[in-house]
Design a protein around this ligand. Structure first.
Ligand SMILES: Cc1cc2nc3c(=O)[nH]c(=O)nc-3n(C[C@H](O)[C@H](O)[C@H](O)COP(=O)(O)O)c2cc1C
Length: 182
């Protein structure tokens, strides 16, 4: 499967002058390794992550129901973690997509290292004019926290730049569970 992606990327790169970004699913067995392979194969950007179509079952009609489920803000935690881990480790730019619904969500993604964020569900829900609200939230937050540019934020909280990088790693989950309370 990985080799298939690499072959397609290389063939596209041979034929076009444009920058090429590869949109990935989160379901690779070693995503960090695969991201490096794509980087070496010439990907100019990685888009993390595609959300797959997830069918449900209607228990009354006993049918598979192909309804589209829009994302929740919580869904952004998966790309947030992976962008934090990959930032600075590969040359390709990083685009964040999944669950980005507010200006604060965009800021968090920039902080961990996203070059851009991509929105879909929130615009389907609220309309294209929501982009204006997202921008206003960002500008207000940046002014209150004395940031002068998006560039200044980008990657400032990636795994390489935070005092406790292990908080992005798997072992931290066990610690979080041991402290879990309802
Ligand atoms: C109705 C719909 C159609 C989509 N079509 C595509 C597509 O053609 N290609 C693609 O890469 N992603 C497609 N996506 C995925 C989105 O581009 C995006 O990655 C995903 O919805 C996560 O972002 P969100 O949480 O803002 O919705 C689609 C999503 C939805 C809801």
């Amino acid at each position: 499967m990985e080799q298939n992606y690499i072959d397609i990327l290389q063939q596209v790169k041979e034929r076009v002058q444009l920058k090429v970004a590869v949109k990935l699913s989160p379901y690779f067995s070693n995503l960090a390794h695969f991201a490096k392979r794509l980087d070496h194969a010439g990907a100019d950007g990685l888009v993390l992550f595609n959300r797959f179509y997830q069918p449900d079952i209607d228990l009354e009609q006993l049918e598979v129901t192909p309804n589209i489920v829009l994302s929740k803000s919580y869904d952004m935690r998966l790309p947030l973690r992976w962008i934090a881990l990959l930032k600075g480790k590969i040359k390709a730019d990083l685009a964040a997509t999944s669950g980005i619904h507010t200006g604060w969500d965009v800021i968090k993604m920039m902080m961990v290292g996203a070059n851009v964020t991509m929105l879909n569900s929130i615009l389907l829900k609220k309309g294209i004019s929501e982009i204006r609200n997202i921008e206003k939230t960002m500008v207000k937050w940046m002014e209150e926290h004395e940031y002068e540019s998006v560039k200044q934020m980008q990657g400032s909280m990636s795994a390489q730049n935070v005092p406790h990088p292990t908080r992005f790693e798997r072992a931290q989950y066990i610690k979080a569970l041991s402290k879990f309370e309802l």
